[in-house]
Design a protein around this ligand. Structure first.
Ligand SMILES: [Zn+2]
Ligand SMILES: [Zn+2]
Length: 406
């Protein structure tokens, strides 16, 4: 089959690799129909995540058709159409029983590596470093899904891929980020980063009762999306002082909760930004927590800091004194996707949510390298790239142009 393979910094290649096989009785094999490139894939693409090996198959946001099931998978049958959650979870351990699926203690065969770095290991993830299991990802024609009796959710006929694909990660991730804000009616929520997770955090904050959402970014097209689809007020951090503006907009008090949907590779203007870039480059700091610092310092006293943005290791100059003295609550974690699949599919089916608005580009799987490059540079106003296995063959027959803009 064809698969998107990692070869190092800014080097991904679509190659022929062996087809995946059923290895365990609870596995299933999916034929992928749609798969997306995630902002967190860019951390791999930029070489900031340890534990990657040449040839690793990328991708943790994917859906498709079941083509084979192991003997213990009773809930799925060949031909079912499913969306797959990015954490791999057994469904039976202490954490899975508590619905803390991204902390499953049975799915990371390399737990010892993760324990060295983080003290304990979280769940294994698809296509996301050997530190988290080294599982082959889904930016490919086929994928093996372990614990297929727990993870994938069946999609009823009639709903297009574009509306449900993001159940695999960014939609529940944005939703959990908003849920972690413990929103009460009347609350004001500020969201750093208007990429896919930020956009869904904005929409979810309103669904959960927020009165106002203020979104922060520097790309005009992303801010526009936040205004038009999310009904957020927006701040461009290159033209205003974000903390001062937020105080002004909230009667001097600050937002009730803040969401850092940026993570470890925050754009770094100014002195502190230069400091982070240098420290990260020489590996004295693994992450650039610029958005996180600003979010903490902007949050009102006693408020909540929700962090869906991905961080890898050690952060510098994080104002923990501000968190302690001002009684802030910090909530974070890889998303417990399985917990949200059903409720969010219901919201999509009853028309409350249509996540397809974030898609700016669809392209054949074979063009994945160009997709990564475009997404990294945010060229052509790129917000979200969906890769379509099998599309190149269809395109050849209809001789369409390379990139289809929605
Ligand atoms: Zn993702
Ligand atoms: Zn488990």
């Amino acid at each position: 089959m064809k698969a998107t393979c990692w070869y190092g910094k800014h080097d991904v290649r679509v190659e022929e690799v062996p087809d995946p096989k059923i290895l365990n009785a609870r596995d299933a094999i999916l034929r992928i129909t749609s798969t997306a490139i995630c902002g967190s894939d860019l951390h791999l693409y930029n070489g900031f995540v340890p534990g990657m090996m040449e040839g690793d198959i990328l991708g943790h946001e994917f859906m498709g058709e079941v083509v084979e099931v192991g003997s213990e998978v009773k809930n799925l049958k060949v031909g079912d159409r499913v969306v797959n959650p990015f954490p791999i979870s057994c469904g039976q351990c202490f954490f899975c029983q508590e619905t803390l699926f991204s902390l499953c203690e049975n799915s990371n065969p390399n737990a010892a590596l993760a324990e060295k770095m983080w003290g304990h290991s979280p769940a294994g993830l698809f296509g996301y470093t050997h530190l988290l299991g080294g599982y082959a990802g889904g930016q490919a024609e086929y994928a093996r899904v372990p614990f297929a009796d727990v993870g994938p959710i069946k999609i009823p006929e009639g709903i297009p891929d574009e509306q449900v694909l993001f159940l695999s990660d960014v939609l529940p991730t944005g939703y959990m980020a908003a849920e972690n804000c413990n929103i009460r009616p009347g609350d004001t929520i500020a969201v750093w980063g208007c990429g896919p997770v930020g956009q869904f955090a904005i929409v979810s904050a309103y669904l959960l009762g927020a009165s106002r959402v203020i979104a922060i970014d520097r790309f005009p097209e992303r801010l526009q999306m936040a205004r038009e689809h999310g009904f957020a007020e927006t701040l461009n951090y290159e033209s205003v002082d974000v903390r001062e503006s937020l105080l002004e907009m909230t009667g001097g008090r600050g937002p009730d909760a803040v969401i850092d949907a940026v993570g470890m590779e925050a754009h770094a203007p100014g002195m502190l930004g230069a400091y982070d870039k240098v420290k990260q480059a020489v590996r004295l700091e693994s992450d650039r927590p610029i958005a996180l610092r600003q979010a903490i310092m902007s949050c009102r006293n006693g408020g909540t800091v929700s962090v869906p943005g991905v961080y890898g290791g050690l952060l510098d100059k994080v104002p923990f004194g501000s968190i302690m003295n001002r009684a802030l609550t910090v909530k974070t974690g890889q998303t417990h996707v399985q917990r949200y699949l059903g409720p969010l599919l219901d919201r999509i089916q009853n028309g409350e949510l249509d996540p397809s608005f974030i898609i700016t580009h669809q392209m054949p799987l074979e063009e994945a390298a160009a997709g990564y490059d475009m997404f990294l540079k945010k060229a052509n106003d790129c917000v979200k790239v969906v890769l379509k296995p099998g599309e190149q063959q269809r395109k050849r027959s209809t001789s369409e142009a390379g990139v289809v803009l929605h």
